[in-house]
Write a protein that binds this ligand. Structure first.
Ligand code: C5J
Length: 227
């Protein structure tokens, strides 16, 4: 497979697509659609919609290149035995995790709201990682999935930028993965957190990783090197 150089900050990065996975974080109805977890917290979920088109383009590009695509979903067992009370009781939401909402029980596996939105639905063969926490490595088999495919680089999109995307990138960085965050494939209920979250990743020479966007990733050039 050809190696690719992606324009990014703090500098370009050369990757081998065979050693690169897309990790699409929590593009679930519970975060992106009215009546789900995001809205119960008082957020305007329409702010996340602009990430869907770029994320779809990124997935289409990666599928053509035969790259590994991993989708994650945040949520809990129906008996909520994996939901820390400290998480469930937090804040003053209109409904709590596990309560019956417009798309079934809030943030519970198997409910309609827990599903990935239809536009970004996983294709057969693409692993879906169910995670109880904000980071995709915590209490999941994500690391095993990546190791078994020899993955060294992650291209990360999803919601929300400063919460589950950021936590996952930090976890991945500490595990030795080179992370490229696709800025326009991510979204936040707080535009200023989105911007600052991206700045934090690429600051200090890329303290957590690289930041690029779908346009630059799809325009990646053939490269003589890359890993
Ligand atoms: C949040 C997430 N924001 N997927 N979860 O609670 O970012």
């Amino acid at each position: 497979m050809k190696k690719l150089t992606i324009d990014a900050e703090p500098g370009e990065i050369a990757i081998d697509p065979a050693r690169t996975a897309i990790v699409m974080i929590d593009m679930q109805r519970d975060f992106l659609e009215p009546g789900g977890f995001g809205e119960t917290l008082g957020n305007d979920v329409s702010l996340l919609a602009k990430a869907v088109g770029p994320a779809k383009a990124l997935l289409t590009w990666a599928r053509k290149l035969g790259m590994l695509i991993v989708h994650t979903r945040e949520g809990h067992r129906p008996d909520m035995s994996d939901a820390p009370w400290a998480k469930v009781e937090r804040g003053a939401p209109s409904m709590r995790i596990g309560d019956p909402g417009a798309m079934g029980r809030i943030l519970i596996r198997g409910e309609a709201g827990h599903d990935i939105i239809p536009e970004l639905a996983p294709l057969p063969g693409e692993p879906v990682v169910d995670k109880p926490g904000k980071g995709a490595f915590y209490a999941t088999d994500l690391q095993t999935i990546l190791q078994n495919r020899g993955i060294q680089n992650l291209i990360v999109g999803g919601v929300t930028t400063e919460v589950c995307v950021h936590t996952t990138v930090r976890e991945a960085n500490d595990r030795g993965y080179r992370c490229i965050v696709a800025a326009d494939c991510c979204g936040s209920y707080f535009p200023e957190f989105h911007e600052m979250g991206l700045k934090m990743i690429k600051a200090q020479g890329g303290i957590f990783g690289w930041v690029s966007d779908s346009t630059r990733i799809l325009a990646a050039q053939d490269s003589p090197g890359g890993r």
